[in-house]
Structure formats: C-alpha cells, structure tokens
Ligand binder design. Structure first.
Ligand code: ACO
Length: 437
C-alpha cells in the first residue's frame, strides 16, 4: 500500500504470506479493519453473532457501550427524551436533522393522515384465532400491507420509499392496537387524526364505542418517551434483519415484518414482557436472593431478564431515563407503592453489588424498567413487544432507507465454515446401512 495511511497486517504462522489491509475510520468509535479483499485471497473471517464486525456505514445512531452513550444523529438520547417528541425523533432519524417548524407540522400532518388501514384489512385480522399473541398478528398484518399498498413498492424510487416509510410509521399504531382489540374480543377503534401519535395509540387501545375516552396527559408523555428510547439502536438483531431482508430490494412492508419477527424473541424485544413475568414470579423482595442464585447457576438455564446487553458494558443510558420515568409515572398516578417496582429496585440494588454481575458487566437494560411503566399506563403485558416494534419502526425504516440508497449497496451474503461431510456418492435405498448402533 503506497501512501502513509495506517494499515493492518495479517501474518501466518505456517507460511510466508502476509496480507496488508486498509483501516477505516468513522466519525466516532473504534477503527475498522477492512477485510473485503480477504475472500479474493482465499480466506474468510469468522465472527458468529457479529461481535467484532461492522456490517455497514451508517450516519444514524452511535453507541459507546463502555461509556453508556447513545446518540441519534449526534444528539444524546437524554436530550431527545427530555425535549423532543417521537415524531420529531422519527423525522431526525430519517432525514438527519431535526425538523424546522414547517417541516415538523408537515410531517406530523402526513403521519396523522395515513393512520387508517385499508378496510379490507379488517377481514384479514378476523381470520386469526382470538387468543393469538398481538405480535403474531402484527407480523402478518404488516407483511400484508405489501399486498394492499403496491403503489409504493418500487424500492429504487426515493419518492415511493418516502411514501412507504410514512405509511409504515402512521399505520403501525393502528395495527398494533387492532391486534390487541381482536385478542380482547372488542371492536376495532379507528384512529383519531386530532390526537397526537402517542395519544392516538392509547385511544385505539383503550377506547370502546360505549363511552368517551380521553388519554391521560401523563400517560401520553411517558409513552411518547418510551417510543423515543426505543426508536433506534444501531445494528441490533431486528435492524440487521430488516437490512438483510431489504438488501435484495424486497418489499419494504415485508422487510419490516421480518424485523418484527426478529424483535419478538425473548433475548431481544420480548425481554420487557419477560421482565414483568419474572418480577411477578419473584413476587416478594424476600425471594430475590433465590433468583439471583438461579441466574448465577449456568445449569439452571435461567437468566435475570432485563440484565445484560451485547453492547452496553456499563449502565444502558435508556435504563437510567426509564428508571426516572418510572418514578415520575408511579408518583403521578399514585402508584408509588407498586410492589413490582419495589422488587425491581431491590433486585437492581442487589445485582449491582453482586460479584457475578459486576465481573460480567451485567447492568439493567432499558427493558428492565419499561415493563413497569407500561403496566402502570394500563398497557397489557402481551402488548409490550408490540410497543417496542411500533417505536422501532422509525429506526427500521430510516436504516432501510439508508441501506437501499447507499452508493456501495450490496446484497447481504455472508459465508460460512463448512463442517459437513466431504464429497460422497449417492447410495440407492436398498444398499443403505442402518446408522443405529
Ligand atoms: N443473567 C445471568 N447471566 C447472564 C445474563 C443475565 N441476564 N446475561 C448474560 N449473562 C452471562 C452469560 O451466562 C455469560 O456467562 P459466561 O461468560 O460465563 O458464559 C455472560 O454473561 C455473557 O453472556 P452472553 O449471552 O454471551 O452475552 P451476549 O452479549 O451474547 O448477550 C443478552 C446479551 C442476550 C442481552 C444477554 O445479556 C441476555 O440474555 N440478557 C437477558 C435478556 C434481556 O434482558 N434481553 C434484552 C436485551 S436489550 C434489548 O433487546 C432492548
């Protein structure tokens, strides 16, 4: 390599070969070794779970897991959670800048006026079993949008991408709320364009045709903050799923449905639901020790839900905001004696002093407290992951748009270390020997 730019070398202990690799630098964060030429030299890199692999360039979100920092487009999450609303944040994630007033009102109006879903979707919902989990319904309903909105599916057209992203962001609260209403056996409540994004969602979730319902402003603000905290998180499992699905220029609605499917797992977005179930199972502060012991015993297969994070090896900054929000909401709603919150606070205190959790750098993550806040807002446990999916739609769509419009766009196609049988010849059925010993 000719110029003085820093490079890295790979040398081999069993031959003289030496490979020089360029180094790449972002605006923040660690340097990256550019290994793209390794394949042509007869080597692959091995990194299951992508612990040390950057899969893309991205201008959207920055995380420093050691320092506990999270920025959306350079803005610290604490400032956005304090001063912005969710639609401003969604605009920021997508367009890279906070909206000026005319952009903010324009975007707000577009999202408010795309909240209805095609009336035919009614029948689609009604085909599910009543006891279906809301996320099971959401995965299908969001995927089904691809059949209802075919006029914005041309991925290479920036205008159509914009329309699809608006539709997804606007309709996902309606889909989430209806998934729940169907499960409850209650009539679907149509969106109200006079209401804000979070208020509209609460209305569709809690209202019935029988009596008026006005969302509580404390609940609206807290929910909006939960949406902001969950709006994006760099290249996590579900976002990487959306990017991978979209890398083939697949339909955007189908890509977001794939993201929801990935989010559903208890190691990812399903964790806030699992936290609440765990706190209920603990039931009393006196039983915390027993659960901590179980979490430390590998053979138990039990993990303390809401603890640990692939990236944060310090306090998750979202967890700190969520803990404060939890205090505020419980105080406002007169629920400060909430027994689960007491268990959560004590559990956090004990775990943070425990050698096992300190050594493994296991801190509470955002999901540790979000479940308690959602429960205080009257949101059923089965809807927790749905709310996460709703909020993350802002990030998924921004990341998808960035990916498909990137100049160096490539379909995602990892390689593998093949560990199966070497070449062998087909054996006719009657000549096959039993493999049973
Ligand atoms: N309780 C007890 N031990 C834990 C926990 C936990 N919650 N999390 C990790 N560990 C231990 C593991 O047993 C492992 O121990 P070892 O090194 O002795 O084998 C070590 O800590 C590292 O764990 P990994 O699973 O390798 O860490 P990874 O970074 O792959 O996983 C994850 C992160 C999945 C979040 C994990 O910490 C976990 O399962 N936490 C509980 C589920 C949860 O809260 N998920 C929400 C994530 S946040 C989000 O999606 C918004």
């Amino acid at each position: 390599m000719s110029d003085s730019k820093p490079t890295a070398f790979i040398t081999f202990s069993d031959c003289d070969q030496r490979i020089e690799l360029p180094l790449l630098e972002g605006s923040l964060g660690p340097r990256c070794i550019d290994i793209r030429q390794l394949g042509s030299q007869g080597y692959f890199s091995f990194d299951p779970g992508f612990l040390s692999t950057a899969s893309c360039h991205s201008d959207i979100t920055y995380i420093d897991g050691d320092l506990g920092l999270l920025y959306y487009r350079g803005y610290p999450i604490e400032q956005l959670a304090e001063s912005a609303d969710f639609l401003e944040v969604a605009y920021l994630l997508r367009h890279g800048e906070l909206p000026i007033e005319s952009e903010r009102t324009g975007f707000d109006s577009v999202i408010r006026h795309h909240t209805m879903i095609h009336d035919q979707m009614n029948y689609f919902f009604r085909a599910f079993r009543r006891d279906a989990h809301p996320i099971a319904v959401m995965v299908s309903a969001v995927g089904a949008l691809s059949a209802f909105y075919q006029d914005s599916a041309e991925v290479t057209d920036p205008l159509q991408r914009e329309i699809s992203m608006d539709r997804l962001l606007a309709k996902i609260p309606t889909i989430a709320a209806w998934s729940y209403k169907y499960n409850r056996g209650e009539p679907f409540i149509y969106p109200q364009n006079r209401l804000s994004y979070a208020a509209n969602f609460l209305h569709m979730l809690h209202a019935t045709p029988c009596e008026p319902y006005e969302p509580n402003p404390v609940a609206v603000r807290a929910l909006d903050r939960i949406f902001i905290l969950h709006a994006d998180h760099e290249q996590n499992a579900s976002t990487s799923t959306v990017r991978t699905a979209g890398s083939s220029y697949a339909n955007p609605f189908a890509c977001v449905a794939a993201g929801i499917a990935s989010l559903w797992g208890p190691l990812h977005g399903g964790a806030n639901e699992a936290v609440l179930r765990m706190l209920e199972e603990i039931g009393d502060v006196s039983r915390i020790g027993e659960f901590i012991q179980r979490a430390k015993d590998k053979s138990s297969g039990f993990r303390l839900m809401g603890f640990g994070h692939r990236i944060y090896k310090n306090m998750d900054p979202r967890a700190a905001i969520m803990r404060r929000t939890c205090h505020e909401v419980l105080d406002e709603l007169g629920l400060h004696d909430d027994p689960l919150f007491k268990i959560a606070l004590k559990l956090e205190e004990i775990a943070l002093e425990d050698e096992y959790f300190i050594k493994k750098k296991l801190y509470p993550n955002v999901d540790f407290y979000s479940g308690i806040v959602l429960r205080a807002l009257g949101i059923p446990t089965s809807m927790f992951t749905a709310i996460f999916a709703l909020a993350r739609t802002a990030g998924w769509t921004a990341q998808w748009n960035e990916m498909v419009s990137a100049k160096d766009h490539k379909i995602t196609r990892p390689r593998q270390i093949y560990t199966g049988s070497p070449r062998r010849d087909f054996v006719p059925g009657e000549q096959r020997r039993s493999r049973r010993k």
